[in-house]
Each structure stands twice: as structure tokens, then as C-alpha cells.
Design a protein around this ligand. Structure first.
Ligand SMILES: [Zn+2]
Length: 283
């Protein structure tokens, strides 16, 4: 099994995590810019963080044979602090960098008017820089937040095929699928979405345009839950090809739209991925 974790915050993970991920089959990661826990008080603090995402963290990942790319943004939570708003002016110079393959994570935290403005501005940046967008949906009021997210995406004029809407669940998956956006699911150890629930969603909707991530960060999370989900898919009757589609080819296709995804040094997997998908209900 080869795995591309399309949403993981390696900044907050240890060297042991990198070692365990590599041993389990994780070959590539996408690290989106996010909130670091301690609120930042000035744009320079973001610049240092963005530099780390495009410099230090790819270097650290490479020690374990893991390819690291990033997505850059002003996250929705800190967008509400007027001291951080000037970060929007810093972002364009990062979007031109080689390892930056998306704008993200953007979207809503508390759904304030400021978040509306900053979300729309960053979707416009994604369009003008020819990059896909990784969109976080709020953990509170998820159905309402997802609907509002899709409205802003539609208003922005961005092609929905360039948008990944993440942190979905059974309640929000259908409306995102119907919008034409890619669907992202974050698998957590105890709360929100588990491997078994993910398998049930895949049985109902199929593996196309589905991305599964661990979203691992400072909180209680597990960077191996992508692999656990792949194994749960196999146990439920999905083929190795289905697992490869969800855990590798879908993220490669989505972020590959940037034209900057470089996986040339990632070893090819052993064996082939023959076999048909199991029967699925729903659509
Ligand atoms: Zn995140």
C-alpha cells in the first residue's frame, strides 16, 4: 500500500511519527498552513512559519523518504485578528514557490463576516495562481457551514474540480459531491470520523473524488489512520486498486492540477493493482 496523506500537520509531529509513517507505506504528504495553537500577533510570525513549511519540513520528511508539499493560506481562525490581516499580502510570493501546490486550508471557523471576505479573497488567489484550494469545514454547525462554504465557492467562479472540501461526514458528503468539488475526510482516533464509518461512506458513494487524511496535528490524532482506513477497506472487500485510488491516485490527481507536484523520487509500488471494485449502492 502506498499512501499520500493529503492533509497532515507534520510541524506538530515527531521524528518517530515520520519513521512510523514511512514504515507503514506513507510516501507523500501535503501540509496545509493552519492555526498553531498559540495565537500569532504579527505577519512576520506567519512568514517564518511559511518558510518552515517550504524549507525545513520538506527536509525533515526527506530523511525518511517521504515527499513533502505544502498549501499556504491565512487560516480562518486567525483571519479574525486584525493584526494578522496583512498576511494576505505575504501569500502571493509563497504561491509561486515550487513545493506549494495549493491554497489552504481556507474556509470557515466561526463564520464571521471577516472570514467571508478572507475566504473569498483566497479563492481568488487560487484562481489567479492556477492552484487548487483546500477548504476546511467548521466542526461546529457543520451542515450550515458546508452549505455556506459551497455558496462562496460557487460565487468565486473557481472550477469546483479545483476545490477539495475537507472534514466531511455522513451529513455533509452528499451536498459536496453534488457540487462537483472533491470530498475530503479526516479520520480521527475517537471523535468525528472513524475508519469503519469511512468504509461505509465509500461503500455508499464509491472511491471517486474521495481523499482520506489523518489531519494529524497538536491534538489527539494519529498519522497512521490513513493506513488503518486502507486496511479496513481491504477487509470490507474493496480491491487494492480501490485503496490505491483513494490513498494515492486521487490526491495525486487533485494536487497535480497545480503542475508542481513532484513525486519523481518516490519509489514505485510492488505488484499491480488488478481486481474490480465491490458492488456499491447509492451514487
Ligand atoms: Zn488541518
Amino acid at each position: 500500500m502506498r499512501v499520500f496523506d493529503p492533509h497532515i500537520h507534520m510541524t506538530s509531529r515527531t521524528t518517530d511519527d515520520y519513521r512510523n509513517m514511512a514504515a507503514a507505506g506513507v510516501r507523500a504528504v501535503l501540509e496545509p498552513a493552519f492555526w498553531l495553537g498559540q495565537p500569532r500577533t504579527n505577519p512576520g510570525s506567519f512568514a517564518d512559519y511559511f518558510d518552515s513549511l517550504i524549507g525545513w519540513e520538506p527536509y525533515r520528511a526527506a530523511q525518511f523518504g517521504i515527499r513533502h508539499h505544502s498549501a499556504i493560506s491565512l487560516n480562518p481562525k486567525e483571519a479574525n485578528d486584525p493584526r494578522c490581516r496583512a498576511v494576505l499580502d505575504l501569500i502571493p510570493r509563497y504561491l509561486d514557490k515550487d513545493g506549494v501546490v495549493a491554497v489552504g486550508e481556507i474556509g470557515y471557523d466561526s463564520m464571521t463576516p471577516v472570514e467571508d471576505t478572507v475566504f473569498a479573497a483566497q479563492l481568488a488567489l487560487a484562481r489567479s495562481y492556477g492552484l487548487p484550494a483546500l477548504v476546511h469545514t467548521p466542526h461546529r454547525d457543520k451542515a450550515v457551514g458546508t452549505k455556506r462554504t459551497l455558496d462562496v465557492v460557487a460565487e468565486s467562479g473557481i472550477d469546483p474540480g479545483w476545490v477539495l472540501v475537507d472534514h466531511l461526514n455522513e451529513v455533509t458528503v452528499r451536498q459536496v459531491r453534488d457540487s462537483g468539488c472533491w470530498t475530503g475526510f479526516s479520520i480521527y482516533p475517537e471523535t468525528k470520523m472513524s475508519p469503519d464509518r469511512m468504509v461505509a461512506i465509500l461503500k455508499e458513494y464509491g472511491p471517486e473524488r474521495v481523499l482520506v487524511n489523518s489531519a494529524a496535528d497538536w491534538g489527539h490524532s494519529d498519522p497512521l489512520l490513513t493506513v488503518v482506513t486502507g486496511n479496513a477497506m481491504l477487509a470490507a472487500g474493496f480491491s487494492e486498486d480501490d485503496v490505491d485510488l483513494v490513498l494515492w491516485r486521487n490526491p495525486v490527481e487533485f494536487y497535480g492540477q497545480s503542475g508542481k507536484l513532484d513525486l519523481s523520487d518516490v519509489p514505485k509500488p510492488e505488484g499491480t493493482f488488478a481486481g474490480s471494485s465491490i458492488a456499491r449502492g447509492g451514487s
